[in-house]
Each structure stands twice: as C-alpha cells, then as structure tokens.
Design a protein around this ligand. Structure first.
Ligand code: ATR
Length: 287
C-alpha cells in the first residue's frame, strides 16, 4: 500500500450498519492500482452523531465519500450544494468536499444505467423497461432512465399506490411512466413489449434465496433481466429469466458502476472497471 502521509486525501463511507460493505476494498484497490494518494475508510455512525460527523470532515483532509442507509436523505440538510439530479431523486449517496464546498450527488441511478450500457450495450434512450419495486433504489434508477429519455417505464410495486405516486412524479420530468400491479400475470402482459426488466425489491436477497418477486412462464423475445441484489449474485429471479433465454446483468454491475461514477467525481479519473468487476465477483462467488 502507498504510504499514508499528511497529503493523503481522505474519503469516508457513512452509514449503519456497514458490516457487508465492499466499497472500501473496491476504492482502495483502485487508488493503489492507479498510484493515487487517497484512502477510503468506513465509519459506522450512530444517528445522534451524524451531524457532528459530517461537520468534522471540514477539519481534516477529507475530499468526500459515500453516504448510505439510513442517511441518504438526511445528509441533504448538511450540504452546501446539491446536484440537480440528486435533488430530483431526493437522495444523496456521494459527497465531495472542494475548497470548503460540500456537495451531494446521486450515482446509484447512473451506476445502474452505466452497467447496462457497459455490459449489454443498451442505451436508455428509446428503450422500454419494467421496474419491480418503488423504493429508494427504484426511484434513483427510474428517474435516471427518465432523464436519459427512456421510451416507456412500467413501474410494478407490491403497494400499488407507491408505484402510482412515483409514476406521477416521473411523468412531470418526461411522460413515460405507467404503474402496474406486481403480479406474474400482469407482468406477463407487458413483458413482451419491453427490452429490460429490473428487480429492485429485496425479494431473493440472502437468506431468502428461494424467493422471487415474479414467476414468468414464457418470454418469446430477446431481452435483458437485471437484479440489483448482489448477495447472491445469481438470484432466483435471474436464474429463471436466464432459463427463458434472457441476457442478465447481476447486482455487481450497479455496485461497481455507482462506485466508478463516485470515483470520477472525487479524482476526475476512471477506475480500472474490469479489475473491479473481477475483484467483487471473486469475493461474492467464494462467499
Ligand atoms: P431500497 O432503498 O433498497 O430500494 P426500500 O426503499 O425499503 O429499499 O424499498 C424496498 C422495495 O422493495 C419496495 O418497493 C417494497 O415494496 P412496498 O413499497 O410494497 O413495501 C419492495 N418489497 C420489499 N419486500 C417485498 C416483498 N416481500 N414483496 C414485494 N415487494 C417487496
């Protein structure tokens, strides 16, 4: 590891709990490979100490970091500037501290879109999507797809009203969203006309690996199925879509690319993406 010294630029990950995070390994590996004098440290912060923690960044060599659950919305109170897209998404996962200005960004949606582009050459512009879920992650992805001129976004959620509200908000940016019921029969009606289906619900995540948000019996077109869960890498949903002949994008794609987008904000450089994919895939496969 490069020597840590008084010039080392610090980055923090602020959240709670952080026991499963792969971000420190990912970023520190990239800094090392590129010979950059940066250090990324996880800080498991108690709710009552969050404000003081963020304030203290200004006293040290911090240049930014990431913010995760449960602080992605609350961080917005403590920022000097908020990127327009993060403001519309309503959550911040990346911060930068430059010349005393603490600015917030959201790289979750862009990270997802970048994984689709990088792995499958799919552009949001003109493409059609079904999103399962309407939580924070879904919102970041859906808004980003709308910013990038998706043709159609069907939003399916267990609580239909949340899908309805989200679709209404999206349609103010671009008229492309439509809420649908989250059940297999309903999804089967729409699936034949979309290019990409994305699971953003937590259904299928360890330890509930035998669960899937939907069971699709037949797909007669080539499409891409994505899951943002990366534990396990191949969820029941992805396995069944693969059996139907779909191309897949695992949750490693969004994990690596949201990190890569943040890395670019902090350093102005592109990290070694292929190596980061291998690093994360190896860890998760051998878990
Ligand atoms: P995140 O920030 O990871 O997106 P979240 O904001 O808590 O997490 O959102 C979780 C999403 O998973 C929601 O869309 C939720 O559906 P509801 O709005 O109906 O709660 C969905 N979800 C969670 N458990 C689910 C389950 N067992 N079946 C279907 N959807 C589920």
């Amino acid at each position: 590891m490069k020597e840590i010294n008084i010039s080392t630029k610090l980055l923090g990950l602020f959240g709670n709990p952080l026991s499963f995070t792969l971000s420190p390994l990912m970023h520190n590996t990239a800094f090392q490979q590129m010979g950059l004098n940066y250090l990324y440290i996880p800080f498991e912060v108690q709710e009552e100490n969050f404000a003081a923690t963020i304030k203290s960044l200004r006293y040290f060599n911090f240049v930014g970091g990431n913010v995760t659950s449960p602080f992605k919305t609350r961080i917005m109170e403590y920022l000097d500037e908020i990127d327009e897209k993060a403001r519309i998404i309503g959550a911040v996962n990346t911060i930068s501290l430059n010349n005393g200005v603490l600015k917030g960004f959201n790289t979750d949606g862009e990270g997802f879109v970048e994984s689709l582009r990088y792995e499958k050459n799919v552009e949001p512009k003109g493409s059609r999507f079904i999103i399962l879920g309407s939580g924070g992650a879904a919102r970041a992805i859906i808004m980003t797809l709308a910013f990038q001129e998706a043709d159609k976004i069907y939003i399916a959620n267990r609580t239909f009203n949340k899908a309805l509200e989200l679709a209404e908000e999206v349609n103010k940016i671009r008229k492309c969203a439509e809420p649908v019921e989250l059940n297999s029969t309903e999804i089967e009606r729409y699936i034949q006309e979309v290019d990409v289906i994305i699971n953003t619900t937590k259904v299928g995540m360890y330890p509930d690996v035998d669960k899937t948000p939907i069971e699709i019996k037949e797909i007669d077109k080539k499409m891409v199925a994505c899951d943002i869960i990366y534990n396990p890498i191949h969820t029941k949903f992805l396995k069944s879509m693969m059996q139907q002949g779909c191309d897949i994008v695992t949750g490693v794609g969004m994990l690596v690319n949201q990190g890569a987008e943040a890395f670019k904000i902090w350093t102005g450089k592109i990290p070694p993406r292929e190596q980061l994919y291998s690093l994360i895939n190896n860890i998760l496969v051998n878990k």
